[in-house]
Design a binder for this molecule. Structure first.
Ligand code: 26Y
Length: 822
């Protein structure tokens, strides 16, 4: 009984091989003899894509027919990481495809390595959005992600002479097999111009926006598969294109150059991702990006409801729109405009719908990250929206006056318009007024929001505030990135944990099983060896897998304190120099992360780390004891190598500054122990794994603010702590800069004269804690034990749990089963 499987859907090994060779021939136009690795990657990507289309189209059709309540996740960033491996995992085809490739003399690992990742985000916020759409699909929730199809994502990092150099990220160079352009679904977005009031045929006051320019938005759709479900949701990213009509006008005037120039101006909107995170700059193009994707997305939602014959009166019943930080917050004004001006709603009805639609997630307490747009710029780009915002504000301030009579300072603070000097539109205020829910991303962060940054809004609308602690997807960050560990776990407790991460608890039953502990340790050593091999090949640096892998990988920021980590390395160096026979626990310090191109201090920190590496790695006294490597171009793909190989995870931000952190979770689920402050989700991780399995140091958030209030003086610490003084003096003396005392002076001065992030205050506590880490690592049995407990107790930090919290407390969107006929 021979069954011939379809070339596009069949999943037995012979069919897969045939389909792969077919795609190589008919899509890449190559045969094996002349194929490049990239041709093979593309052929495989299309083979996998074929096999997910069934689910994708059936999901789309189901949503179209049933018109279920839908989550729309609006985010200016989606830091997706490579698709191929993840899709293989979610389809359950990883092993069979691996075998098929082997049969053809190819290595799946090599092919996975070929994929150029879509780096459409900066860091935590963008990666969180990617984890959330993964979990939404896995939980079978009708959902759509809306964002921007940047032609250039986050820059590629190179290191030259120890300094960061930025290279443009041409991720679309070889084509993108995972996206489908939908030019038939293009929309128009207006900019600039002026508004005109008029009375319509029903005698009602209306406003018309006459724009200065119109730009087209073309959607590009990418399927987002759930893990072992039929659900495949859509990530819809918008690309800006010129409108023909606009060019045409200029052509008629004979202004050919002007027309072409105008065209490229329009297309600039989605050219490049701004590489700043947590530090806001009032760049006009960024505001244009935000409005562009927001307007496209809202129009798209409205159009979809019209196709489904649903009345817009029920917009808020049909959509729950999540604002990923304030970046998409102009949506509040744009939805109002669409309802008022384009669909004829009156103000109260439109406002009722709007404020039942949006929910706002805040990701930061840092004042320098809060978005505010110069009123002049805002008004000239969006004259209608500014008027709407004035109206929202005036009605809102009336409400505040009623609740808090005669409190003029409160009105000034809460106003959506900042009038303290040059006038600004405050996006966080608009988000708070226009949303029915406001959440922080970890318990501490949500508490601090209520107490500080959003205190006034908390007093006004306490019922809006909730916490949703962040989470990460175990599919990408365990199953895909760490198959050795995943297989070991599954061999003991089965594979239910991949969808139900709390099941990892069952590992605790194997704590007393010597054999399991041995295997667990063996896996960690093998994974460390993998990373060591990679570092050997790419950097020509030999690192010892038996040393403690101490890793800090995240964006470079003063508040994240990579330079505190550097002070520890220098301290160990100094100790060994003073006593060459000192018995130290061998350590390999690994750093990874990008600095915003305009963030001078962050770039200097990278230079410092590389300079320390130069000295440490070439000093014979340090041999087999200390190694320092700065890992270039840290991105999602690289992160997937790094998390599994860590023994120690550095989560050392100044308490109260890191909203949550998500890298902390990824390290811990791969068995790293954390050295960390009581900041962000570290607190909840420590609670979950048990305080005896977490290396805690440093001031609490409360102590930090008290110390600052009391007049903090870093010199007190410098003068009274000889090891600290010696470490800092090493830097300022020019010891790491070929005798140049000026190179790191700005960094040293920032510590001695300001120390905004209290490195000096936390130094001693950090060093003592690191000494405990070194001691603990020598007791291998104990360490393995703690490491297993870290993995076993990470259930809470699955993004599936986070999404369930959003569903239960904010979105209230039921799941929908998708049938895929055989
Ligand atoms: C305003 C603009 C310059 C801007 C662009 C990007 C501002 C902020 C950002 C990105 C912020 C970000 O990534 N925040 C991180 O969000 C993570 C997910 O919630 C948190 O885990 C992490 O603590 C926080 O720093």
């Amino acid at each position: 009984n021979i069954q011939i499987e379809d070339d596009r859907t069949g999943i037995n090994i012979e069919t897969l091989k045939r389909a792969f060779l077919d795609n190589l021939f008919y899509i890449q136009a190559k045969f094996p003899k002349i194929s490049t690795k990239n041709d093979y990657y593309m052929a495989l990507a299309y083979t996998v894509r074929d096999r997910l289309l069934n689910r994708w189209l059936n999901t789309t059709e189901t949503y179209l027919e049933k018109a279920p309540r839908t989550v729309a996740y609006l985010s200016a960033e989606f830091l997706l990481g490579p698709h191929l491996g993840n899709n293989l995992i979610n389809l359950g085809l990883y092993n069979v495809v691996k075998q098929a490739m082997e049969d053809l003399g190819l290595s799946l690992t090599d092919l996975l390595e070929q994929e150029e990742e879509p780096g459409l985000g900066n860091g935590g916020l963008g990666r969180l959005a990617a984890c959330y759409i993964d979990s939404l699909a896995t939980l079978e929730i009708p959902a759509i992600g809306y964002g921007i199809r940047y032609e250039y994502g986050i820059f590629d990092q190179e290191i030259k002479d120890g300094w960061q150099v930025e290279i443009t990220d041409k991720w679309l160079r070889y084509g993108n097999p995972w996206e489908v352009a939908r030019p038939e679904a293009e929309l128009e977005v207006k900019f600039g111009g002026h508004t005109e009031d008029f009375i319509d045929e029903h005698g009602r006051y209306r406003v018309k926006w006459i724009p200065f320019k119109v730009v087209k938005g073309v959607p590009y759709d990418t399927p987002i598969l759930g893990f072992q479900t039929n659900t495949a949701n859509t990530l819809r990213l918008w690309k800006a294109e010129a409108t023909e009509s606009f060019d045409f006008e200029a052509f008629n005037k004979g202004d050919y150059f002007g027309a072409v120039h105008e065209k490229s101006e329009s297309e600039n909107i989605t050219k490049v991702l701004y590489p700043n995170d947590e530090s806001y700059e009032g760049k006009q193009l960024r505001l244009e990006q935000q409005f562009f994707f927001v307007s496209c997305s809202l129009q798209d939602m409205i159009r979809m409801m019209q196709v489904q014959n649903l009345t817009l009166e029920r917009f808020h019943e049909h959509y729950a729109i999540q604002l990923n930080d304030t970046h998409p917050t102009i949506a509040v004004a744009e939805l109002m405009r669409l309802l008022l001006d384009e669909h004829g709603f009156d103000w109260d009805k439109a406002w009722n719908i709007t404020t039942k639609t949006f929910a706002y997630t805040n990701h930061t307490l840092l004042p320098e990250a809060l978005e505010r747009w110069s009123l002049n710029m805002f008004g000239s780009l969006f004259p209608r929206h500014l008027k709407i915002i004035y109206e929202i504000n005036s009605r809102f301030l009336d409400e505040v006056r009623i609740k808090f009579p005669d409190d003029f300072d409160r009105l000034r603070r809460m106003s959506i318009i900042d009038e303290s000097g040059e006038r600004y539109v405050r996006m966080a205020n608009l988000a708070c007024v226009g949303s029915f829910a406001i959440n922080g991303v970890a318990e501490l962060h949500s508490e601090l929001l209520k107490k500080t940054t959003l205190h006034d809004f908390y007093e006004m609308y306490p019922e809006k505030f909730t916490n949703v602690t962040n989470g990460v997807t175990p599919r990408r960050f365990m199953v895909l990135s760490n198959p050795r560990l995943a297989n070991l776990i599954t061999s003991k407790i089965g594979d239910s944990w991949v969808k139900n991460l709390d099941d990892l608890r069952k590992l605790e039953n194997f704590l007393y099983d010597t054999n399991f502990r041995k295997e667990f340790h063996k896996v960690k050593q093998e994974v460390k060896q993998d990373l060591a091999n990679y570092i050997q090949t790419s950097y020509n640096i030999t690192i010892d897998p038996n040393s403690l892998f101490d890793i800090q990988a995240k964006r470079i920021h003063e508040y994240k304190r990579q330079h505190l980590n550097a002070l520890h390395i220098i301290t160990l160096y100094n100790r060994i120099k003073a006593n060459p026979n000192l018995d130290v626990t061998p350590r390999t310090f690994l750093f990874g992360g990008k600095a915003a191109p305009g963030y001078y201090m962050a770039k200097l920190i990278i230079k410092l780390i590389n300079s320390i590496a130069d000295v440490v790695n070439t000093d014979p006294d340090m041999r087999d004891r200390l190694k320092v490597v700065f890992l270039t171009d840290y991105n999602v793909k690289f992160a997937q190598r790094v998390y599994p190989a860590a023994d120690l995870s550095e989560q050392i931000s100044t308490a109260g500054k890191e909203a949550s952190g998500t890298g902390n979770m990824k390290f811990s689920m791969n068995g790293a122990l954390t050295i960390g402050t009581l900041d962000g989700a570290n607190i909840e991780i420590r609670e979950a794994v048990g305080e005896e399995n977490f290396f805690l140091f440093g001031l609490t958030a409360q102590e930090v603010s008290q110390k600052k209030a009391a007049g903090y003086n870093p010199w007190d610490y410098y003068n009274s702590n000889p090891e600290l003084k010696l470490a800092i003096d090493r830097i300022s003396s020019g010891f790491f800069s070929h005798g140049d005392p000026n190179l790191f002076k700005p960094l040293v001065d920032s510590l001695l004269y300001r120390d905004d992030y209290l490195l000096l205050a936390d130094y001693q506590s950090y060093i003592e804690c690191q000494d405990r880490v070194s001691q603990a690592y020598r007791d291998r049995e104990k360490w393995v034990w703690m490491s297993i407990l870290n993995v076993a107790r990470m259930g809470k930090f699955s993004s599936d749990r986070s999404i369930s919290d959003y569903l239960k407390n904010i979105w209230k969107v039921p799941s929908v089963k998708v049938d895929v006929p055989e």
